[in-house]
Design a protein around this ligand. Structure first.
Ligand code: TA6
Length: 291
C-alpha cells in the first residue's frame, strides 16, 4: 500500500477480477484506475453521484475491454475493414503505472504508459503515455510520441461513459446545428437544429471538426457535467438504446437508461499524422456542478 499522508491517498490493489487497480482519494473526490486499458473506471466528487458509468456486466478480464469508465481508443476508431476488431487494441492491454505525484493541494496525478505499443506495425516507434489528474475535476491526457523513423497516422479517442439519472431527463448541448455522421444510418451526414441532443432511440453521432466543449445536463440528478478538450477535433455521442443493449453481452438490457457516452478524440477525417519526433496530446477536462 502506498499512501500520501499529507495530501491525497493512493492505494495499489487488486480490483474486480483481481486485476491491478489504483484507488485514489483527494480532498474533493475519489477515483479508480484499472491498469487494464489504463481505464479510469470511477470518478466521484464528494456530495455528488458518480460521474462515470461502468456496466454491472462488465468483464474484468485481461484482453477484454472494460465496459465503461474512460476506455482509451488507439490507434484506430470504430471497425475499419482493414483493421482486426473495433476501437484499436490498447484498451484491452495491461498498461504500467510509471509515476504517481501529489501536489500540496492534495490532487493526484498518475502517469501510465504502454511500452509495447511501438512494436505495432500500425504505429511503428510510437510511445504512448497517459496522464490522469484527479482533484475537483478529472483530467485525462493521451500523449502519443513518434520515436520511429517514419510518419504514421492514427485515430484516438477517450471514449467516456457518463453516469446519469434517467436518460429521459438528459440532454447534451454544444453541438447545435453542426453536421454529424449518423453511424446508425451508415454515417449519413445530418444536421440537427435542436438546441441539445436528447436520447429517445439509439444515438450514435460522429461530429467532425468539433473542437468545442459540450455539456451534459441531467434533470433527475440536478447536475451539469462539462466536457472540455484540447487537440480533439471529433466528438462522438452514443447511447445504444434497447436493441443494441440486448446485443451486448457486457451491457445490461436496461442499462442504457442510466448512461450516455460523450467521447473526445480525432477520428475518421480528423485522424492525426505524426511525423518522426513529433508528439500529439489529446486532453479532456471533466467538471461538474449542481443545477
Ligand atoms: O463510440 C460509439 C461506438 O463506436 C458505437 O458504435 C458502439 O460500437 C460503441 O462505440 C462501443 O463499442 P465497443 O467496441 O466498446 O462495444
Amino acid at each position: 500500500m502506498t499512501t500520501h499522508p499529507q495530501t491525497g491517498r493512493v492505494v495499489f490493489l487488486d480490483g474486480s477480477g483481481d486485476l491491478p487497480m489504483i484507488e485514489i482519494r483527494t480532498p474533493w473526490s475519489s477515483a479508480e484506475i484499472h491498469l487494464l486499458g489504463a481505464t479510469v473506471s470511477q470518478f466521484q466528487k464528494k456530495n455528488e453521484p458518480p460521474m462515470l458509468w461502468v456496466s454491472k456486466f462488465s468483464r474484468f478480464e485481461k484482453d477484454v475491454p472494460i465496459r465503461g469508465g474512460i476506455p482509451v481508443i488507439f490507434p484506430w476508431f470504430g471497425k475499419p475493414a482493414d483493421k482486426p476488431g473495433q476501437h484499436g487494441f490498447v484498451r484491452q492491454q495491461m498498461w504500467e503505472a510509471k509515476e504517481v505525484s501529489s501536489p500540496p493541494d492534495g490532487s493526484v496525478f498518475v502517469r501510465l504508459h504502454l511500452p509495447s505499443v511501438g512494436a505495432s506495425p500500425l504505429c511503428p516507434g510510437a510511445l504512448l503515455e497517459y496522464l490522469v489528474g484527479i482533484g475537483e475535476q478529472l483530467t485525462a491526457e493521451l500523449i502519443v510520441t513518434n520515436q520511429g523513423p517514419q510518419s504514421f497516422a492514427f485515430e484516438d479517442c477517450l471514449h467516456t461513459y457518463f453516469a446519469t439519472g434517467d436518460i429521459s431527463g438528459v440532454s447534451v448541448s454544444g453541438l447545435q446545428g453542426q453536421e454529424y455522421l449518423d453511424a446508425v444510418q451508415n454515417f449519413l451526414p445530418i444536421k440537427d437544429a435542436a438546441p441539445a441532443i436528447r436520447v429517445d432511440q439509439e444515438v450514435d453521432r460522429v461530429y467532425l471538426n468539433a473542437p468545442q466543449a459540450t455539456e451534459i445536463r441531467d434533470e433527475e440528478w440536478k447536475r451539469v457535467i462539462r466536457v472540455e478538450k484540447e487537440n480533439s477535433r471529433s466528438t462522438v455521442v452514443w447511447n445504444p438504446w434497447i436493441a443494441k443493449s440486448k446485443r451486448m453481452q457486457d451491457f445490461g438490457d436496461e442499462e442504457y437508461l442510466q448512461m450516455v457516452c460523450v467521447e473526445s478524440g480525432n477520428v475518421r477525417t480528423d485522424a492525426i499524422t505524426l511525423a518522426p519526433g513529433a508528439t500529439h496530446r489529446l486532453k479532456v477536462k471533466l467538471s461538474s456542478k449542481p443545477v
